[in-house]
Design a protein around this ligand. Structure first.
Ligand code: BT5
Length: 326
């Protein structure tokens, strides 16, 4: 952890809320003057850190900005995801940034957040609306030892982990719509996008991109999108702490990634099935020009959807746009 992350973490975990400069200096192995200068720097970013000669430092308020050190300090220790966190004010797409890092050989687990994206994207080149400081727009680099056909497991794990984090942080009841949407009260509040570099028999890397509509107002969506999309703020009636949700999402992702890489995908898929509103329903799936009709039965061991078609055949589906029939 960086010095700033360690200071924030000490302040957050302090028993009576404050820590003296002397104690910080001892714990971190740097001078009191160096601690002071780091605190001044954080204050300039909007962190309200009170300093009193008797009590020491106290964290009063944190700004609504994403800050890598703050996220690291909230996250604590994870196995893989979030060992390295980078925050950009604006990118084209966080998936693009991760792709460059992947090509440069950066280790798996690095996470890139952007406060806004000029070219946020969904599947098949669709646009993903990503207004400044209103959501969580981030991507994770993964290098799992999987075959390409198992890559959808990452989408399943990502959706399960994200739904859990949203539920635990907000008390709302998110549902998963296969394959990559998180819905609340029937409207989309988050989407996942996996992009893959693979050989025939193994995955080189997977980029898991996640967009969560946290504090968007209805006016942040176009009139068309307003009918389909929502935000956590709209659903709760008040703003949600983005940094806290980001840390929760990374923690849950780390846990589910560990389940996959240790051969426990089945546990993830059981949980996914409980959260999924698509299973057991009659659906239509558009795959390119083809539309298949049938009943969504379950996931197979790779993570593909098993669809019982009108003609009684079981089809294995790995992508497409679902319409749920009434
Ligand atoms: C998705 O695609 O749902 C995947 C979205 C992934 C976004 C993240 S943000 C971080 C990372 N960097 C990126 O560039 N992307 C990822 P899809 O299922 O194709 O849904 C796209 C459709 O969702 C659009 O055509 C719109 O109808 C709708 N949409 C666009 N922006 C939205 C938003 N902010 N909230 C809800 N729906 C939205």
């Amino acid at each position: 952890m960086t010095i700033d992350a360690q200071i924030l973490s000490a302040l957050r975990n302090a028993e009576d809320g404050s820590v003296s400069g002397g104690e910080l200096s001892q714990r971190l192995g740097i001078s009191r003057a160096a601690i002071w200068s780091r605190i001044e720097e954080m204050r300039s970013l909007g962190y309200e850190i009170e300093a009193s000669p008797h009590e020491g430092y106290r964290l009063r308020n944190v700004p609504d900005v994403l800050h890598a050190d703050d996220l690291l300090s909230r996250l604590g220790k994870t196995k893989v995801i979030g060992r390295d966190i980078r925050v950009f004010q604006e990118t084209t797409s966080t998936n693009d940034v991760i792709e460059k890092l992947a090509r440069d050989g950066v280790k798996e687990g690095v996470v890139v957040f952007a406060e806004s994206q000029s070219k946020g994207r969904g599947r098949l080149g669709r646009k993903w609306v990503s207004p400044l400081r209103k959501g969580l727009w981030f991507s994770v680099l993964l290098r799992p030892d999987l075959r390409p056909q198992e890559a959808i497991q990452l989408m399943i794990a990502g959706a399960t982990a994200l739904a859990r984090a949203i539920r635990d942080e907000t008390g709302l009841s998110p549902e998963i719509k296969w394959p990559n949407d998180i819905l609340i009260n029937g409207r989309k509040v988050a989407g996942l996008l996996t992009e893959l570099s693979a050989e025939l028999d193994h995955v080189n890397y997977i980029i898991l991109g996640i967009g969560v509509d946290v504090n968007l107002n209805a006016s942040d969506f176009s009139s068309e999108l307003r009918k389909l999309a929502t935000s956590l703020k709209i659903e709760k009636g008040h703003s949600i702490d983005r940094a806290s949700l980001a840390a929760a999402a990374l923690r849950e992702l780390d846990a589910d990634y560990a389940r996959i890489t240790t051969g426990h995908f089945e546990a993830v898929s059981d949980e996914w099935e409980e959260l999924c509103s698509t299973l057991g329903r009659n659906i239509g799936i558009r795959i390119g020009d083809r539309v298949l009709q049938g009943r969504a039965e379950s996931l197979d061991s790779d993570g593909a959807l098993l669809l019982r078609t009108q003609h009684g055949r079981l089809e294995r589906i790995i992508g497409g746009d679902v319409t749920v029939k009434k």
